[in-house]
Design a protein around this ligand. Structure first.
Ligand SMILES: [Zn+2]
Ligand SMILES: [Zn+2]
Length: 257
């Protein structure tokens, strides 16, 4: 797929960048390609980073945000496991003996504790709510964004959504959800599992009123964009699902709420 002529088949690691209407700039995850992705998207400022989990494909580019942290440290929200891993993997940032050189990344890790899990927090006018989900045996976070009742939910690297988290996720207009491939996987939703989750939300009272667009993400290299579009369309007609866009996400994709 990397060599495909269709640019929508060329996939970097999964990440999203959210802009509020007042210019709030929020990044979810910073994988190994984050520098290339940020340059490509013209990102010059970030007000907060939200981490889903500490797997390399979601975290190992975070110190490349360094030039964006010179004026202000960037708060980095993470659950306990991810928070601890951040200090371990990037210990040089906080170690006393580290040579300062051209400047270290100014990251300000913030633990998503019980209070934040319950109430969420705000960056400007964007309210953000963590959504705990399971990635195999690992407890990780999805994220929900709400600006004046317009909501988007981002859940990547998920194999199970607990009921309480489904309740948190279901009232949204846009859902971006992990769908690795057709074949089942121990720690990721397959296409069918992601679409089953979509159907559950779509059929709920809240979902039927609000859900408008669903995008599959974190797609592996087994399937082309076109093939997945076809898969989604066939699923929609089989399940008689109307007034809903369900399609694969692609790099550089922009969604307006
Ligand atoms: Zn992962
Ligand atoms: Zn991943």
């Amino acid at each position: 797929m990397c060599r495909s002529d269709n640019s929508r088949d060329n996939r970097y690691r999964a990440s999203i960048y959210v802009e509020g209407k007042d210019g709030e700039k929020i990044l979810v995850d910073a994988g190994p390609e984050i520098r290339l992705q940020a340059v490509r998207a013209g990102i010059t400022r970030i007000d907060a980073v939200l981490l889903t989990h500490s797997h390399a494909d979601h975290l190992h580019g975070i110190d490349d945000l360094r030039p964006l942290t010179f004026e202000n440290p960037i708060p980095v929200y993470a659950n306990k496991l991810t928070y601890n891993d951040l200090f371990k993997r990037f210990s040089y940032i906080w170690a006393e003996h580290t040579q300062k050189g051209g400047g270290l990344p100014h990251l300000n890790p913030i633990l998503v504790d019980k209070h934040i899990l319950r109430e969420g927090f705000s960056i400007g006018a964007v309210h953000i709510m963590p959504i705990p989900v399971m990635h195999g045996e690992l407890k990780i976070l999805g994220w929900k964004f709400n600006e004046n009742g317009k909501c988007a939910v981002y859940i990547t690297d998920v194999s199970k959504v607990p009921y309480s988290s489904y309740l948190k996720a279901r009232n949204c207009q846009v859902l971006i959800v992990d769908a690795l491939r057709i074949q089942p996987h121990a720690t990721h939703f397959s296409f069918d599992e992601a679409l089953d989750f979509t159907k559950k939300i779509y059929r709920s009272q809240e979902g039927s009123k609000m859900l408008r667009e669903v995008y599959l993400t974190h797609i592996c290299h087994n399937h082309s964009h076109k093939e997945i579009e076809y898969y989604c369309r066939a699923w929609m007609s089989r399940n008689n699902i109307k007034n809903l866009t369900v399609s694969p996400a692609y790099d550089t994709m922009s969604i307006e709420l």
